[in-house]
Design a protein around this ligand. Structure first.
Ligand code: ATP
Ligand code: MG
Length: 448
């Protein structure tokens, strides 16, 4: 391929050009935005590899100016992942983290080779935007789907964050199914649900006799997810000393079973998630910053449902279709009045709450449609819906020494609200607070 290297540091530029030659490509080299723009005119290269920090301007200008025939890969340092995300939004195809190594570069270029087809965003389902199981036609969700589709084929770690019930797990599965690892396993591990002294063995496995109770050799999730995707759910709940170990494993790309001596290669794509505000988790020291940067090469926020109410009808109809497929009572539609009620609700439990609401409204309705009355009744008296599905494990809130009182209180408030389906009055009662206090606390959360 014809390649253009845009990098101001001559040493790095040379090194990159040499890697490209080694891979059989023909690189041209420039060191400034102006020269890059000139090179893109006329006979544009197949690929441009662009450093974002250039002496005479911002590499993003080059990303924006690149013609459709040129795929752009941006170069980014460890600490500047935000810029990488900006670049992807501006139309870059992928990004490469410095220091750049040959296998990384080869993988990125191989992917480009196979790009005739841009990512299958908006694979239309009756005019609705969808990616895998993930639905959403609202502008914020379209953006999420676009970025997911774009990052899915690369091996870049993705960090999903968003409130409980916003679809982080579906997003993680979607990433897997669109990745090069789709034929491999998807293994999820809830870091908040494992007792702290078992986390290491859960992730890395153990040898027989490694500790009291280790009666047999056991593979950890890093082994089970080999050639596939490892979903580190609620990663912010992982004990800090374990975060150090995880970081080391991700950096060295190898690990040992507990009590073992053999070094094993890491061959997983890591997707992490949290339902906390991730920047606050870093700021308050709950999540190590170095681990965050390692995991969040590509951070992606799933917006709460109240910020994308335009998705409500689409999701409601999809959940109705699923209930009807199971129960077959002949209820296939939703009365406009019912939709209006759904569209006015604040959805503190997000998409999960909507799914549950549709199920209950289905039960209360008669064919052929979910009635306004049923929707109103369901929303007026939300049934307790447990975050994390029916398991109930999320009914305990993990609070650790080192959490601030504010964080601890907020976790409890959110978990209680989720457990009562967002009913603030019921939550206030449970917490022994006045309704007004609950409102105030929620409001102070919004501005923080
Ligand atoms: N965009 C979406 N399209 C279709 N279904 C969705 C979407 N978002 C969420 N869901 C559904 O809503 C429910 C909750 O989603 P999911 O479990 O992914 O949430 P989560 O963000 O992981 O929540 P938690 O933080 O509580 O674990 C699931 O049944 C999921 O299938
Ligand atoms: Mg989840």
């Amino acid at each position: 391929m014809k390649a253009l290297v845009v990098e101001d540091d001559p040493g790095a530029r040379r090194a990159l050009a040499e890697l490209l030659v080694e891979l059989g490509h023909e690189p041209a080299e420039v060191g400034s935005v102006a020269d890059a723009l000139a090179s893109l005119e006329g006979d544009p290269p197949d690929v441009a590899i662009v450093d974002l920090g250039l002496p005479d301007g911002d590499g993003l200008e080059v990303v924006r100016a690149a013609p459709g025939a040129t795929a752009v890969l941006v170069l980014t340092g460890q600490g500047s992942v935000r810029n990488a995300v900006e670049a992807m939004k501006a139309g870059a195809h992928d990004f490469l983290v410095k220091p750049l190594r040959l296998p990384q570069l080869r993988a990125a270029l191989d992917l480009l080779d196979g790009r005739g087809a841009r990512p299958p965003v908006g694979a239309s389902r009756g005019g609705v935007d969808a990616l895998g199981e993930l639905l959403g036609g609202s502008p914020p969700m379209k953006e999420v789907l676009r970025l997911l589709a774009r990052v899915a084929p690369s091996d870049a770690p993705v960090f999903l964050w968003g409130e409980s019930g916003t679809g982080k797990e579906v997003a993680a599965r979607t990433l897997h199914s669109l990745s090069r690892r789709a034929a491999g396993p998807f293994v999820g591990v809830n870091c908040g649900a494992i007792s702290p002294n078992l986390v290491e063995s859960e992730l890395f496995g153990h040898e027989k006799g490694a500790f009291t109770g280790a009666e047999r050799r056991r593979e950890g999730t890093f082994e089970l997810a080999r050639r596939g995707t490892l979903f580190l759910d609620e990663v912010t709940e992982m004990p800090l000393e374990m975060q150090v170990k995880l970081l080391r494993v991700l950096e060295t790309k190898s690990f040992r079973r507990v009590g073992g001596t053999e070094e094993r290669d890491v061959d997983v794509r890591v997707v992490a998630s949290t339902n906390r505000d991730v920047l606050e988790a870093v700021a308050s020291g709950v999540l190590r910053e170095d681990l965050y940067y390692r995991l969040a090469v590509f951070p992606l926020r799933l917006p709460p449902l109240r910020e994308r109410l335009a998705d409500v009808p689409v999701l409601a109809l999809e959940f109705l279709r699923r209930v009807e497929a199971e129960e077959g009572r002949g209820i296939r539609d939703i009365e406009p009045e019912a939709l209006a009620h759904l569209g006015r609700h604040a959805w503190p439990g997000n998409v999960r709450e909507l799914r549950n609401a549709i199920h209950r409204a289905y039960v209360l309705s008669d064919p052929p449609a979910i009635s306004g009355e049923a929707a109103e009744a369901v929303l007026a008296a939300p049934a307790p819906s447990l975050p994390g599905g029916a398991s109930g494990e999320a009914l305990a809130v993990p609070v650790r020494v080192g959490d601030t009182a504010r964080v601890a209180e907020r976790k409890l408030l959110e978990a209680t609200l989720a457990a009562v389906g967002g009913d603030k009055r019921a939550a206030a009662e449970m917490l022994g607070l006045s309704l007004k206090t609950v409102y105030n606390k929620l409001r102070s959360r919004d501005v923080s």
